[in-house]
Design a binder for this molecule. Structure first.
Ligand SMILES: [Zn+2]
Length: 323
């Protein structure tokens, strides 16, 4: 099976969040909120990865495709996001993973998911995954109909952290990860609703219309001022800004160790968090080098040159980070 796996923009967002948190100067009011966001995102991706691993370990029928973390267009220029879609000749399945352990209670009115302790005290309240799945399903069905595909989607919520379910309000499409393989195998044996040709047209349409969600530079997106971030190259062990005692060596005054030049990480952090552009003058200030060296440092990034002469800048096209 040829799985189409777009390198996820979700992973780039995790990189951006990590770099903002590493680079805060002192105690920033947003630190705790962003640390929580980073934790939630990493846990969500880990759950989706478990679902993908299960799907990739099945011999899926010829022409089947798995898509991860894609956005498709809605009317009016907006997009809807889908975590995992499995497309097989026998149908289309959306999978919403929940990577939360412990005791869970699902409610439908209002639609919420609670994590509780032994006494029933709510430890965490979040959006109910059934409502999220229903929303994804409605959008996907609309997109399919609008593109001339007369097929409806099915959906499952997959629990990937083996929680205890204490309350569930209706007969829901919820399964544990270990059940996924056998359910998909059974589904694969059902009568075909998509011909080989239609399957190909559908996967091509998704590939052509999907737009990765790229909310960069991310510091602006989460309301952090760039001046609250440390821009010098950092020691990867202790996050202390590095010194450059000679023209070729970098040194951490805290670890008392020399370092390889931290060009790639420093520039990627800068592009993902605060600006998609850099001038050679800015680059040479950042790395304490002359402009010729700065140009050489920027070269591997395949940046687009904007403007001419000494004021020209080099621009990162975020899409290329996904390829
Ligand atoms: Zn250090």
């Amino acid at each position: 099976m040829a799985a189409v796996k777009v390198k996820s923009s979700a992973l780039l967002i995790v990189d951006a969040l990590e770099s903002i948190i590493e680079r805060f100067r002192g105690n920033h009011e947003k630190r705790q909120e962003l640390e929580q966001q980073l934790y939630n995102r990493k846990s969500g991706i880990a759950g989706e990865q478990k679902v993908l691993d299960a799907l990739y370990s099945i011999q899926l029928p010829r022409g089947s495709r798995v898509f991860w973390d894609i956005s498709l267009p809605l009317p009016g220029g907006s997009f809807f996001q889908v975590d995992v879609i499995l497309i097989m000749p026998s149908g289309i399945l959306l999978l919403e993973s929940k990577n939360i352990g412990g005791r869970l209670r699902f409610y439908s009115k209002p639609s919420e998911l609670h994590k509780v302790d032994e006494n029933g005290t709510i430890l965490l309240a979040m959006d109910c995954p059934f409502a999220q799945l229903q929303d994804q399903k409605d959008n996907m069905d609309w997109w399919l109909a609008n593109n001339g595909f007369r097929v409806k989607t099915g959906g499952l919520v997959v629990l990937t952290a083996n929680p205890t379910i204490e309350a569930i309000s209706r007969n829901s499409n919820i399964i544990r990860l270990r059940e996924l393989r056998s359910i998909v195998r059974r589904m694969a044996e059902q009568p075909h609703v998509l011909s080989a040709e239609l399957l190909k047209t559908l996967t091509t349409a998704i590939q052509l219309q999907q737009r990765p969600y790229l909310p960069f530079p991310y510091a602006h997106h989460v309301g952090v001022e760039p001046e609250h971030l440390e821009w010098r190259p950092l020691c990867e062990l202790c996050l202390c800004p590095l010194d450059k005692p000679t023209s070729r060596s970098w040194f951490c005054p805290n670890c008392r160790m020399s370092h390889v030049p931290p060009y790639k990480k420093t520039l990627l952090d800068r592009f993902l968090t605060t600006s998609n552009q850099i001038t050679t003058a800015e680059c040479s200030r950042l790395f304490k080098c002359n402009e010729r060296t700065a140009l050489r440092i920027l070269e591997p990034f395949n940046l687009t040159r904007i403007g001419n002469g000494p004021s020209s800048a080099y621009q990162m096209e975020y899409l290329q980070l996904l390829e």
